[in-house]
Design a protein around this ligand. Structure first.
Ligand code: GLN
Length: 454
């Protein structure tokens, strides 16, 4: 059932919020031990919330846009009275004392928060294997990684443990697990969704966004969480469209110009390329005009992204000194987080800043300029989300091999543009996602394309 249809049925009292919630609770009971998507579930407060919504609907009172819809939240977003651990021992016992802006908005619109999802420690990863609380399984391909870092949020939606979930995307952490798990994941334009209450990985890249099974679900969540927040300095003050209202479901892509970047295919696995080429052919049959593009800076993207990530992450972690709360991060964190802290600390030293950090910032400007140029002549760029298939859980990878999962997703974060992944096929059962990227503030165009493909 489409999420928007379900939402209508709940509001019309044809399905109760309670029935909807109980269905998910059953699935969580049955499946969470196997998949480890949720780190914490609060059934009681969810039940209270559902009963309250049902009684208001019964009395003919107005309810919010997300009434009765069950939502999972990545463990790096503050929710009062849940454990906000970022999947690290550092914050193992940290209980959220307030709601992040996105959570306030979800609650105000009567979304039911069911629990906190698993992730890579501090969102620094692409596999959800580095969580202090154990890895998450990929329900579509047992024994393989679900992708990351928001693996738990992707799996929770993919395996019917909630209607919608939210995650954070710094270099692909929403789109990558969406692609590997066969669901839709959306990283909005930088500044569209407030980051207030999100534990930073790299603040100049981080964006919160939704996971859903269809475009209507993501549109609805974006309508709720998007929009200016005066308490957050990177939040954009602009005339945000209603994503749900502007969702155009047609059966044609006439008038759409879609950019195909040669290099995105050169770096990708042949089996993935075949699936993406097939869907692009279909899009052309549906009326889209294909425009061949070339992006010469692809090799610059990962080094630029990771250098900036290290420096910003190092600075963000200085508050985890074990004094006010938690443990001192360096004493308890995993290998990847420690690597980033050490690298960030080294690069941040004054004598090296000209050599690395300033160069990375220059490279970022250049990449942004080039990506803007590419997008100028087209409505969107389409291609693979992730260049390779997910590895078997526990395979030992060199850092560069892990980072190479991100080569196609970091571009949108470097440029601040919106990008989504939507499932378009599978390789022997392992899902493959199509990435759609557009100009800053053209988020609705991406949703329209996905709605049309549906
Ligand atoms: N895999 C990338 C990294 O480790 C992206 C992570 C993210 O988007 N949170 O930095």
């Amino acid at each position: 059932m489409k999420l928007m249809d379900k939402s209508e049925l709940i509001k019309n009292h044809e399905i109760t919020a309670l029935d909807n919630l109980e269905m998910f609770c059953k699935n969580i009971e049955k499946k969470n031990d196997i998949y480890n998507a949720f780190l914490e579930v609060d059934k009681n407060s969810a039940l209270e919330c559902a009963e309250d919504i049902d009684s208001r609907i019964k009395n003919g009172e107005k309810v919010g846009k997300l009434a009765g819809i069950v939502v999972g939240v990545k463990s790096n977003i503050n929710v009062a009275d849940f454990h906000i651990t970022a999947a690290s021992k550092t914050l193992e016992n940290y209980l959220g004392s307030y709601d992040a802006t996105v959570i306030k908005r979800i609650k105000k619109e009567d979304g039911i928060i069911i629990g906190m999802t698993n992730m890579d420690e501090f969102a620094a990863g692409s596999s959800t294997e580095t969580s202090y609380f154990g890895h998450t399984e990929n329900p579509a391909a047992m024994g393989r990684i679900p992708g990351g870092s928001s693996g738990g949020s992707a799996v929770a939606v993919a395996s019917e443990m909630c209607d919608l979930s939210i995650g954070s995307d710094t270099g692909g952490s929403i789109r990558n697990p969406a692609s590997h798990c066969g669901v839709m994941g959306f990283k909005p334009t930088y500044g569209l969704v407030s980051r207030q209450g999100l534990l930073d990985l790299a603040m100049s890249f981080d964006q919160i966004g939704p996971f859903s099974k269809d475009s209507g679900g993501s549109a609805l969540m974006l309508d709720v969480i998007g929009g200016y927040d005066e308490t957050e300095c990177t939040s954009m003050d602009w005339n945000l469209p209603s994503f749900v209202n502007s969702l155009e479901r047609t059966d044609s892509l006439k008038g759409m110009k879609l950019g195909i970047v040669k290099q995105f295919f050169d770096v990708s696995d042949d089996k993935i390329v075949n699936i993406i080429e097939e869907i692009i052919d279909k899009m052309s049959e549906m009326g889209a005009e294909l425009v061949e593009l070339s992006f010469d800076y692809i090799d610059l993207c990962l080094p630029t992204y990771y250098l900036i990530n290290y420096v910003e992450f190092f600075s963000a972690t200085r508050k985890y000194d074990g004094r006010k709360y938690g443990y001192r991060i360096e004493d308890v964190c995993g290998e990847e987080v420690l690597r980033r802290i050490h690298m960030g600390s080294y690069i941040s030293q004054k004598e090296f800043s000209g050599k690395y950090y300033k160069k990375a910032l220059q490279a970022r400007s250049l990449i942004k300029k080039e990506v803007t140029k590419l997008l100028n002549g087209v409505d969107a760029i389409v291609g693979p989300t992730v260049p390779k298939l997910p590895h078997k859980i526990g395979t030992s990878l060199e850092p560069m091999d892990m980072y190479s999962y991100d080569v196609l997703t970091v571009i949108a974060n470097l440029a601040g543009i919106p990008a989504a992944s939507t499932p378009v096929g599978d390789v022997g059962g392992v899902p493959v996602g199509l990435q759609i990227q557009a100009k800053a503030k053209d988020d609705t165009k991406i949703l329209d394309i996905i709605a049309t493909l549906e």
